[in-house]
Structure formats: C-alpha cells, structure tokens
Write a new protein. Structure first.
Length: 281
C-alpha cells in the first residue's frame, strides 16, 4: 500500500493514527533524535559550565498547593540571569518547578506540557495527578545519561488532586525516583536552607497569605546562605515567582502582590536579620 500525501495533507499515516496516548512514545517511534536523552554530546574541552537554576519550593496549604522559585540562574561563580522563570503550569491543575541545567529543564517542561495535552486530546479526559507525576518520572529517568555528564535536571511537581480535593507535592532525584512529600518540598542549591526555614514556619492547612509569606521567608533564608539563590531585589523590582493551584486551576500571583509580601519581609529583617523564630509550644 502506497502513501498518498494528498489524502492526508502531506502527513504520514502515523501522524493521524491514535495508536498511543503518550506523546513521548510517539516521538520515540517517529523522531527519536529529537528527544534530549538521545542527543550525542560533543566532547568537552577544558572547563564547561552550563547555566543552572537554583532554589524552588512546593507546599500544600488550605486551598491547594503553592509552587515558588527564586529568579537567579548561575554559571559557575557568575550570575548568568537575574530574572529567570523556574515555575510553569504543567496543565490546568498542576505545575512544575525546575532546578538544575536550565536549558534541559525548560525542554523537559515543554515535553511534559505536550505529553499531558496529547493524552487529554487522545483519551478525552485528563490524566490523574498520580498519572502526571508518573509521566514526569519517566522523563527525568530518560535524562540520566545527561545527568551523569553533569547536566542534571531535578524538578518539583505539584498539583490539585481533583479526585481527592487536596493539593499534593512530588519530589524527584536524578534517577527518576519519585517521592510524595508531606507538607512541602525544596530542591536546588539553596534547598537545605529553605527547608530548614520552612521547618520552623510551616503548618498544615495554612491560609494563602500565610503560606506565601512563609515561602518568601524561606527563599530569603536560602539566598542569605547560598550565593546561587537570588533574594528579593528591591532596586530592580525582582521578586520570587509564586503560583497557586486550587480547585479553580493554576494562578500565578501578580508581581505586585509578591512585591508587597517581599518588602514586608525585608523590612522585618532590619530588626530580626535571622528571620522569625519558631513558635513556642
């Protein structure tokens, strides 16, 4: 049977057949060379530095889940970018925050967005939140060869589970191992400091204003200890990116809202440089 391009608009039959709901499987079958994991890297000559994204946070709260990140990207000891975006919608009810090799991380985000959209178009319904987290597991694992060469991508994934009516947070390591976190998770170079801050400030079921403030405090603490993490930049008006995912869907906070919280945090740090203390029980 011969292929008649006039009947299919110039597309091969595979592009019109709904054989798989996975965009990744389709791409592997039709154009595997386009997948990041299939690329052949040239040999490195001398020291090689790629821009790296740093600290990101995800945390559940009363209405769903919050995802946030600082804006700094570093390349070795240099600041490569001061206003990078590390928080993205995966679909209507989920988000992904990236740390690691910036270029590969953004590619992974775009692949995940396509994967989830492709599934919904083929199946006529959205994947469950667990299904979305599993798809990301596979993508991170596929990047293991790159990670072994120093080009790691370590995301956080979070979303509102419409079946359970709660926000949920998932963390990953470079092998693709997935862990559902209780309360909050951090990753990136400043993650240990952000985690320590949230251990003092986080409470289950916090209202929106309180969780936003706690996360800005945590990113401030991370920037205070980790040079690769960018703190609030009042001169350039650069503040963390914060997104909220609730039953109503994905919403990114306006920068004026984040600025008001960040400026209040900075003002309080003038009298308490180490930040608020954990409440005494």
């Amino acid at each position: 049977m011969t292929f008649d391009a006039r009947k299919t608009g110039g597309l091969p039959p595979a592009f019109l057949a709904a054989e798989t709901s996975s965009f990744l499987d389709f791409l592997k079958a039709q154009a595997p060379q386009l997948l990041p994991a299939k690329r052949q890297l040239p040999p490195a000559r001398g020291d090689f530095e790629a821009p790296h994204g740093t600290t990101v946070i995800a945390a559940t709260y009363a209405d769903g889940v919050l995802v946030a990140g600082d804006r700094r990207v570093t390349m070795g000891n240099l600041i490569a970018h001061r206003e990078y975006e590390k928080v993205f919608p995966a679909d209507e009810h989920s988000a992904i925050a990236i740390a690691g090799t910036a270029g590969l991380a953004v590619e992974l985000v775009k692949l995940l967005q396509l994967e989830l959209e492709h599934y919904e178009k083929i199946e006529g319904t959205a994947l469950s939140l667990d299904g979305k987290a599993n798809r990301l597991t596979r993508m991170v694992r596929d990047n293991l060869a790159m990670a072994m060469q120093g080009l790691a991508v370590v995301p956080l994934f979070a979303g509102y589970d419409v079946n359970k009516g709660v926000g949920r947070v998932f963390s990953y390591d470079v092998t693709g191992n997935r862990t559902e976190e209780r309360g909050f998770a951090t990753t990136g170079s400043g993650s240990v400091h952000a985690r320590g801050s949230l251990k003092k400030l986080y409470k289950e079921g916090m209202p929106e204003r309180d969780i936003v403030t706690a996360v800005v405090q945590a990113l401030y603490d991370a920037a205070d200890e980790d040079s690769a993490t960018g703190g609030p930049d009042l001169t350039r008006r650069l503040f963390p990116l914060i997104a909220l995912i609730t039953e109503d869907g994905y919403r990114r906070l306006d920068q004026d809202e984040v600025a008001a919280v960040a400026q209040a945090v900075v003002e309080r740090r003038h009298s308490a440089p180490d930040g608020p203390q954990a409440p005494v029980l």
